[in-house]
Write a protein that binds this ligand. Structure first.
Ligand SMILES: NC(=O)c1ccc[n+]([C@@H]2O[C@H](COP(=O)([O-])OP(=O)(O)OC[C@H]3O[C@@H](n4cnc5c(N)ncnc54)[C@H](O)[C@@H]3O)[C@@H](O)[C@H]2O)c1
Length: 283
């Protein structure tokens, strides 16, 4: 997809961070923007900022863990702007702790927001995009956590690897069928956003984003927060996304050192079969 002028772009988790930055960037390209988010006050603030910047925006309160609300998001976008040309499945959350320490509830929360909602988003929006037949694109946000495994965020790594797999499968289906819908998967390393405060959007009674009583989880949570705070700006990621989508890239990386990390992993897989670095974060 090369031209965003007058096109409709829908972004989940568009009230902050990477999603909000992309909403602004696509708006600057002339797109009509629809942002869906579960955090109502932040969503309203984001819509006001976009509106003040002269961007045509619709804000739709959306909890992506409820399939009906994803359908309602698509319906609202079509009602306001007509055909949908771009979808960014971006909403995401994280937890910290050992796989067995995290509760079932915490596991389900991450899998529902980071993976199930992305599956639902693709399945709901693809038919609508194919029906109008014009150039369209779906961007799924994974992470470098979907390219290389690591400790203390097992639900996050699991969900993000799956989003990479889903996106690759959709890309091949699009190629095999000559689809008008391009597919990309975004794999950022640290970006300065609110992701390390994911529990602000947690359902009642889950007890935060760190596994209850987990010392390793607490220490790794601090490491993660510091990494995110020292990350690149979301606006830089938005520029990278736009350039990559225009080139129809499947995999989108955002950091130069991601190349080395992916190469090391691939070499280890075909080499001695042992991960190249043993991380002892938090131990
Ligand atoms: N920040 C990073 O370092 C980093 C690195 C790799 C990948 N990512 C991914 O980028 C994506 C965007 O996150 P971000 O870093 O901009 O963080 P962020 O917290 O600033 O943005 C995430 C947005 O998702 C929304 N959200 C959370 N749960 C939701 C739900 N159930 N329904 C609808 N919206 C919901 C939040 O309200 C928030 O606006 C996520 O998928 C995240 O996993 C982030």
């Amino acid at each position: 997809m090369k031209d965003f002028k007058g096109r409709t772009a829908v972004i989940t988790g568009g009230a902050s961070g990477i999603g909000f930055a992309l909403a602004r960037r696509l708006g600057q390209e002339g797109a009509n923007v629809v942002i869906g988010d579960v955090e109502v006050a932040a969503l309203q603030r984001a819509a006001e900022q976009l509106d003040n910047a002269g961007i045509a925006v619709e804000a739709v309160t959306t909890d992506v863990t409820d399939r009906a609300q994803i359908v309602a998001l698509a319906d609202a976008a079509e009602a306001r702007f007509g055909a949908i040309h771009f979808l960014h499945n971006n909403a995401g959350v994280a937890t910290s702790g050992m796989a067995e320490e995290l509760s079932d509830h915490q596991w389900d929360w991450v899998m529902d927001v980071n993976l199930r909602a992305v599956i639902w988003g693709c399945r709901e929006f693809l038919p609508r995009m194919k029906a109008h037949g014009r150039p369209a694109h779906i961007l799924n946000t994974a992470s470098m956590a979907g390219m290389s495994g690591g400790p203390f965020m097992a639900p996050y790594f699991t969900s993000k690897f799956a989003v990479v797999g889903l996106s690759e499968s959709l890309w091949h289906e699009a190629q095999a069928t000559g689809s008008n819908v391009g597919i990309s998967v975004l794999c950022p390393a640290f970006v300065r956003t609110g992701i390390a405060r994911s529990d602000r959007n947690q359902p009642e009674g889950m007890g935060g984003w760190v596994a209850a009583g987990s010392q390793v989880g607490a220490r790794f949570g601090e490491f993660l927060s510091a990494g995110v705070d020292g990350g690149i700006e979301p606006s830089e990621v938005a520029d990278t996304i736009l350039a990559a989508v225009k080139r129809d890239k499947l995999w989108i990386l955002t950091h130069a050192d991601s190349v080395e990390s992916i190469t090391r992993r691939a070499n280890a897989i075909v080499g001695d079969g042992i991960p190249p670095e043993v991380r002892r974060m938090g131990q």
